[in-house]
Write a protein that binds this ligand. Structure first.
Ligand code: VG1
Ligand code: CO
Length: 543
């Protein structure tokens, strides 16, 4: 086995976005593309000599080849050990847990999350820090800077390592430890939740369906929900990870998980359903006849987490990304909890969790998590819901309705305009940004603007400043519109418009969301001129 140094040149566009570097798979498979990014990552963290890393991915097309390349590069860089999930699989939360549990120097996760997979679809790589959380902006900026100036990378010439069985081998001087991807994670969950109570609930006839969307959560959900908690065989569907996720988007929302939503709205609905995304960090939760918005889910979990043993001592605080509805803020205010508003992306929660300022975090994009790891965690959210249902003996609908009666209801929806011309989308937001100071006091679709600004974040722990994190317009009475561009897409620009309406009139808690939000949706187009700028008359995806 020989270490070789391969000459290369910087490749444009290797700037990590909201969650790692995402590109078309064919781009990642191009000459030196993956190698350059990995070398830049290693350089940005001061090299890997003597270090221990975790490695795994969501099983999408190119997952295994990429894992082998990374192993050879880590060995060439002098890494002491790489802990790899069997078959190069690890969900994002399981990777985060392993990084922490084994006190490693960080990890590489191969995933483009909810983006589709396959030779013509997307691939991604993200680096997580020794705390288990996504690399913060300062580190991703360093990685990017390295990609613009590297001239070579080191790699071992060697055969592929067998990753199909747990056990330990060596590659050059480096130990490769292949681990069961599920075991440690399942043990962590069993320590947080009242598995006996959930088992008794299920044994008593409570029914559930979990859609793993042909992605990485399948083995985890089968082991935990069916194996440990006794849900009947067939409760977990689409449970075998596929390189192309069965041809769909592994995105747990009412568009891409429509069959599950249809089941829950029909006569044969089980009591509870959930789905998760490509890398297992997101979740969608449904009750019989009811879709729970991710923002509401965060608020309900915050209000009830103390029912689970792992959170019985109460919460240190809560945090949500800026576009997430303010439902959780109402819980925090009522319960005297600290509440933080961060930019989009899980990397901004890490400091709050590490500093013990927050216990629960969430995003409107179906991500919820806690200080048990430093990532959002789909199955964790499902188990916390099941624990709450088992403790209260209430249905999902009963819990939601009681929640709205107590705290009011934040109706919420997100409209995505995909594959826009990037310059057009930016011009539209530039134009709106320039008009923000003139908006307060003006009336759109019958609503008066209370404030309008561009969100920026000053991290209360390390003082870092993140500018330009979305344009937000708040209305009198509690409604709000947020506009921002996605940082995870791979084609053109995706405009996300986040729409929120607050209602506490007890007679208006059961409206159809599109009815409650109609005025705000109209105002969103009037204010930004979406139609006029982009020529689009409707969003591509509404969640
Ligand atoms: C999206 C979501 C954001 C999430 C990110 C990564 O980012 O909006 O809330 O943290 O994806 O999630 P953006 O920049 O496209 O809006 V995942 O499950 O892709 O790791
Ligand atoms: Co994800």
């Amino acid at each position: 086995m020989e270490k070789i140094t391969v000459p290369t040149r910087p490749i444009e566009g290797q700037k990590p976005g909201t969650s790692g570097l995402r590109k078309k798979t064919s781009v990642f498979m191009g000459p030196h593309y993956l190698e350059n990014f990995i070398q830049a990552t290693f350089s940005a963290i001061g090299g890997v000599a003597g270090k221990t890393l975790v490695l795994g991915g969501d099983g999408r097309y190119f997952n295994n080849q990429a894992a082998q390349v990374i192993l050879r590069m880590a060995a060439a860089g002098g890494a002491a050990r790489v802990i790899v999930g069997q078959d190069a699989l690890l969900s994002t939360p399981a990777a985060s847990h392993l990084i922490r549990k084994r006190a490693t120097d960080g990890g590489l996760i191969l995933s483009a999350s909810h983006n589709p997979g396959g030779p013509d679809e997307d691939f991604g790589v993200k680096f997580n820090m020794p705390n288990g959380g996504p690399a913060p902006e300062e580190v991703t900026a360093r990685i990017y800077a390295e990609t613009t100036r590297l001239t070579c990378y080191d790699i071992l010439e060697a055969q592929d390592v067998d990753l199909s069985q747990p056990g330990t081998t060596t590659l050059g001087g480096m130990v490769v430890e292949v681990v069961d991807p599920v075991a440690d994670y399942a043990a962590l969950m069993a320590g947080l939740f009242d598995f006996d109570a959930i088992r008794a609930l299920i044994a008593g006839g409570f029914t559930l369906r979990f859609d793993a969307m042909h992605a990485v959560t399948g083995p985890y959900a089968r082991a935990i929900l069916q194996g440990m908690l006794g849900a009947p065989e067939g409760s977990v569907i689409n449970a075998v990870p596929q390189p192309d996720f069965g041809g769909g988007h592994p995105d747990p929302n009412p568009i891409w998980a429509k069959p599950l939503v249809d089941l829950m709205m029909g006569p044969d609905a089980p009591d509870f359903a959930a789905a998760s995304d490509g890398d297992g960090d997101r979740n969608m939760v449904l009750g019989r006849g009811l879709y729970v918005t991710p923002s509401d889910s965060l608020a309900v979990l915050a209000a009830n987490a103390h029912l689970a043993p792992g959170y019985a001592a109460g919460l240190k605080g809560v945090a949500r990304s800026m576009p997430t509805s303010r439902a959780v803020d109402r819980v925090a205010a009522a319960r005297g909890l600290r509440c933080y508003e961060t930019p989009t992306g899980w990397k901004f929660f890490g400091n709050l969790l590490d500093a013990g300022r927050a216990t629960l975090c969430g995003e409107e994009s179906a991500g919820t998590g806690s200080d048990h790891v430093r990532e959002k965690d789909g199955l964790w959210a499902v188990l916390l819901w099941l624990n709450i249902l088992a403790s209260t003996k209430l249905s999902v609908a009963q819990i939601l309705h009681a929640h709205w009666r107590e705290f009011g209801r934040n109706y919420y929806t997100r409209h995505d305009y995909e594959a826009l011309d990037a310059a057009t989308a930016e011009a539209m937001l530039d134009d709106l940004r320039a008009r923000l100071p003139n908006l307060p006091g003006r009336v759109f679709a019958g609503r008066t603007v209370a404030s309008a600004d561009e969100f920026a974040y000053d991290d209360p722990v390390d003082g870092s400043h993140s500018a330009a994190q979305g344009l937000r317009i708040a209305f009198e009475g509690g409604a709000r519109i947020v506009y921002r561009l996605s940082g995870t897409g791979t084609v053109g620009a995706t405009l996300r418009v986040y729409l929120e309406e607050f209602v506490d009139d007890p007679d208006r808690l059961d409206l159809a969301p599109e009815t409650a939000l109609a005025a705000i949706i109209a105002a969103a187009d009037q204010i930004a001129g979406i139609r006029a700028h982009t020529g689009r008359s409707a969003p591509d995806v509404t969640t």
